[in-house]
Write a protein that binds this ligand. Sequence first.
Ligand SMILES: [Zn+2]
Ligand SMILES: [Zn+2]
Length: 387
Amino acid sequence: MRHFLCLLLSVVCSFGFASNKVLQVGLFSKQEPSEILIKPEIGSYTVLGNGLQILELKKGQAIRIKSENGLVAVSTLDKAIGTYAEVRLERKTWGSTMVIERVNQGHKAHEYHDDFVITPKGSKLKIVNHVYIEHYVSGVVESEAGSREPKEYYKVQAVICRTYALNNRMKHAAEGFQLCDQVHCQVYHNKSRHNPDILKATQETIGIVIVDSDINLVTAAFHSNCGGHTCNSEDVWSGALSYLRAREDDNCLEEPHSYWRKSTTTGEWMAYLKRRFNYPIHDEEARQVALNYCPDQRYHRLNDSVAWVDFKTVRKDWGLRSAYFNIEQVADSVILEGRGYGHGVGLCQEGAMNMAKRGTSYSDILHFYYAGIHLVNLSVIEFFRSE
Ligand SMILES: [Zn+2]
Ligand SMILES: [Zn+2]
């Protein structure tokens, strides 16, 4: 199969990139501003009001855009220009960027690539960035992975990010854009700017996405640290996915998020089990299991035979870092000795970072955490769909 895809890849690549390379991302979607100040940082822009050109904007110039009586008011720093139902900012040259400052929200500046469409939303502004997918990917990788990782790890994140973006383009359809800029979708707070390796990693994996054996884009789940053993998707969520399979992982055992501890009193722990799971706390054998539990591998429930104590529920109720822990009674206390951080499904980020540091390729890292997947150029998928 992989050989076939590689062949196809080389054929399809010669056609060049097809459509769908531009994403529509809702900016400041957590708290939309009512007024912004915008200025080109790289290149220049054409400003259109209701589809007609109203001015050109070069580096060093700025305009104010404000929500006003259900319209968008545009002004330069000293005079009003007009009010419109829709304002568009179109870049004149490839690579142009715009800085957006939110007036009344601390003026923190955010810089983004490509085009923008601004419309009123109540007393606020809806700002949608029409961004080339690879510009978006590098921005997300920097927002989510920071600027201190090896390049091969950024490639891993770039492929995951691109796959997610293309797989979730309908998520905000009702709001008039495709993805938000918050953790709900993927964090996108700026163009990538602090580490040139992020741009290189994006370029070196350009167009590459993860698909399953039916050439469908995968749900590329990831978490911070698996604690030594990842989970099946159905152990945590409802559906079983062929590529989200549990596996051992010894790449993440000496990290800040490898271990955690939580202690409580024996009385409180027992009362909780009784209340939440109707656990038979007066049965001596069951009681001993609930006070001293050291499994030799990762399980998702405490002794099925007596009561259904689901660790995912325990994690949520106690605010634990993971659902993977031992239980030990010490005097009058119960100590939960935990491993890992996060849901445990899919790719373990700290494990993947260590593999990248040791020289494992991004492709081998992705195949290690996602079972039976293929890495293909997204043109291949479009080719299949158009058949
Ligand atoms: Zn979202
Ligand atoms: Zn791990």
